[in-house]
Design a protein around this ligand. Structure first.
Ligand SMILES: [Zn+2]
Length: 135
């Protein structure tokens, strides 16, 4: 009975330690950089809004510059987070978040004419009735 725990420890019982793996979750730096990027963008937007409210004429110009600055800050930090993700992916490490850009997706095409299907029942191009294979 290997799973039953004895009510007293048997001091003569010996065992070797074995290595086991478990995933330890910790916030990755790429996620932290992403969060700082969003926080800076929100802060910059609040400052831009405040400039317009406090200084009606020149505040508009300053607000525009503040918005551009907030956007560039956000863009730079997002690029940094993306770079960390790409480096981790290349190194074979686990990374958080998603790498932006083109992703592969599955679309359905008509087996008769090869055109992309917009409906589950009938091909818009050749009029063939689509037979579902998942029943
Ligand atoms: Zn078709």
């Amino acid at each position: 009975m290997p799973n039953v725990r004895p009510w007293r420890f048997d001091v003569t019982l010996t065992a070797q330690r074995i290595e086991k793996r478990r995933l330890r979750r910790a916030t990755g730096l790429e996620t932290l950089v992403d969060m700082v990027a969003i926080a800076f963008f929100v802060l910059g937007s609040i400052i831009a809004l405040g400039l317009v409210v406090i200084f009606p004429l020149w505040g508009l110009v300053a607000s525009g510059f503040a918005m551009v600055g907030a956007f560039l800050n956000w863009l730079l930090l997002r690029c940094l987070a993306e770079h960390l993700r790409l480096q981790k992916k290349i190194a074979g490490c686990e990374f958080e978040g998603a790498i932006t850009g083109a992703n592969e997706e599955t679309i359905w095409a008509c087996g008769n004419c090869g055109q992309m299907l917009h409906s589950d029942n009938r091909c818009d191009s050749c009029g063939a009735q689509i037979i579902s294979d998942e029943i």
